[in-house]
Design a protein around this ligand. Structure first.
Ligand SMILES: [Ca+2]
Length: 254
C-alpha cells in the first residue's frame, strides 16, 4: 500500500502521523500534504516537519497545500490546539523544509470548507468516513495514558502530552470527563488494522447552502434516499484496539 496523509497538524493529527510513522515505511507513506485548518497552513506545515524530525523520518517529503477554503474564510482552532498547533508539546525544530512545489488537492475539515468536502464525496473514489459519532466512542482515559507513558519513550511522552492537553480543556471535560477522543488517529490506525471500525456502505451528502446546517453531513442510515452509495460510513470502533495501536506506536518510535 502507498498513501499520502493530508493533514492540518493539529494535536490529534500529530497522533495520527506518529501512528503512520511507526507502522509504515517511507515506500508506503510517500508524502505528507498540509492544509489550513486547526492552525494556519504555515504553522501546520512546520509541525509536520517537526514530527518527522522527531521520528528521524525527514526523508518523507512535505508539500504545503492551500491556506484558504475554496470560497469561504478560514476558521482555525488555536483555542483547542494552542498557537503552535501542538499545545506546547516539545517536538524538535525541523532541520528540513517543505518541498518547493505545493500540494494541489486537499480536503478541509468539513465545516471549514463544505464545498471541498462535496467535491470529495462526489468524486467516485472509495471513501471511508469516520465521523464524530464513532470517534467519540474511544476516549483517552488516564489508565490508557499511563500505559502509553510506561513505554518510557520520548514518543510516549509526546503522545500523552498531545492527548492530555486536549483532555484538560474545560469544554472537553464537560462533555468527556474521562479523557478526550482522538479523532484523526482513527484514520491511520484503520490503515494499520481495518478491523478497527465497522459500519455500512451508504449515501452521505454534505449541506453547502443552509446557514443553520452548513457543513452538516447527512447519512442515509435507513437506505431510503435512493441516492448513490458513495461512502463506507463507520459507526462502531473497537476502542481497545485503537489504544493498543497508539501504545505500540510509542514502543516503535524513539
Ligand atoms: Ca486534522
Amino acid at each position: 500500500m502507498k498513501f499520502i496523509i493530508d493533514t492540518d497538524p493539529g494535536t490529534d493529527d500529530a497522533v495520527a502521523i506518529l501512528i503512520a510513522l511507526a507502522h509504515f515505511t517511507d515506500e508506503e507513506l510517500i508524502a505528507i500534504t498540509t492544509v489550513g485548518g486547526n492552525v494556519g497552513v504555515d504553522v501546520g506545515t512546520r509541525n509536520a516537519l517537526r514530527i518527522l524530525e522527531h521520528a528521524k523520518r525527514n526523508s518523507i517529503p512535505v508539500y504545503k497545500g492551500e491556506s484558504e477554503p475554496l470560497n469561504r474564510d478560514l476558521l482555525t482552532a488555536e483555542w483547542v490546539h494552542g498557537t503552535d498547533g501542538l499545545n506546547g508539546v516539545g517536538f524538535p525544530e525541523p532541520s528540513k523544509s517543505e518541498e518547493s512545489t505545493g500540494a494541489v488537492v486537499a480536503e478541509f475539515n468539513i465545516l471549514v470548507d463544505p464545498e471541498a468536502a462535496k467535491v470529495v464525496l462526489s468524486s467516485g473514489a472509495n471513501l471511508v468516513m469516520m465521523g464524530l459519532d464513532v470517534t467519540h466512542q474511544a476516549i483517552s482515559t488516564s489508565e490508557r495514558l499511563n500505559t502509553i507513558h510506561e513505554t518510557g519513550t520520548t514518543t510516549g511522552e509526546y503522545l500523552v502530552g498531545l492527548m492530555g492537553s486536549l483532555a484538560d480543556l474545560e469544554i472537553v471535560k464537560q462533555k468527556f470527563p474521562d479523557g478526550t477522543p482522538v479523532h484523526d488517529a482513527f484514520v491511520t490506525a484503520y490503515l494499520v488494522d481495518s478491523s478497527l471500525t465497522t459500519g455500512e456502505v451508504t449515501n452521505v451528502e454534505v449541506e453547502v447552502d443552509s446557514e443553520l446546517t452548513l457543513g452538516q453531513t447527512v447519512v442515509d442510515i435507513n437506505h431510503i434516499s435512493g441516492r448513490n452509495k458513495n461512502v463506507h460510513w463507520m459507526n462502531k470502533v473497537d476502542d481497545e484496539k485503537l489504544f493498543n495501536i497508539i501504545t505500540n506506536t510509542s514502543k516503535l518510535l524513539p
